[in-house]
Design a protein around this ligand. Structure first.
Ligand code: 5GP
Length: 114
């Protein structure tokens, strides 16, 4: 897959407000937040989308969900609740082709999404 803006954030070539980092994952505030808390959780491995993950990524995908929980606690939305979204492909509204989980909270979120 081709290089994305998230690869550059991982390499710290462009700034981001990082809230969590370990050897496998990075979490940072979305530059265009859609809620009081809007963080993106990404793997450092450049997987294009959830649809492109393979069986060898199963442990990594589980780790990302664990990181989501840690970040939600850190940003104090764990008790009020939050939403986790991953957009896939054109109809899913994906604009950056590096798998990412949106973690949205800090206000009541409507359903269904548009
Ligand atoms: P998607 O539309 O692919 O599901 O989500 C991509 C998200 O990445 C969008 O919410 C967008 O605001 C965010 N984004 C795009 N470029 C940057 C950037 O350079 N820095 C940060 N922090 N977020 C970005």
């Amino acid at each position: 897959m081709s290089e994305t803006i998230f690869s550059r954030i991982i390499r710290k070539e462009i700034p981001a407000k990082i809230v969590y980092e370990d050897e496998l994952a990075l979490a940072f505030h979305d530059v265009n937040p859609q809620a009081p808390v809007h963080v993106l959780v990404i793997p450092k491995k450049p997987i294009q989308s959830l649809a492109h993950a393979t069986e060898s990524d199963v442990v990594l995908l589980g780790h990302l969900q664990w990181v989501i929980q840690l970040v939600a606690k850190q940003l104090q939305i764990d008790e009020t609740g939050y939403r986790v979204v991953t957009n896939i492909g054109r109809d899913g509204g994906q604009s950056v082709e590096h798998i990412h989980y949106h973690v949205l909270g800090g206000r009541p979120l409507s359903w269904p999404p548009g």
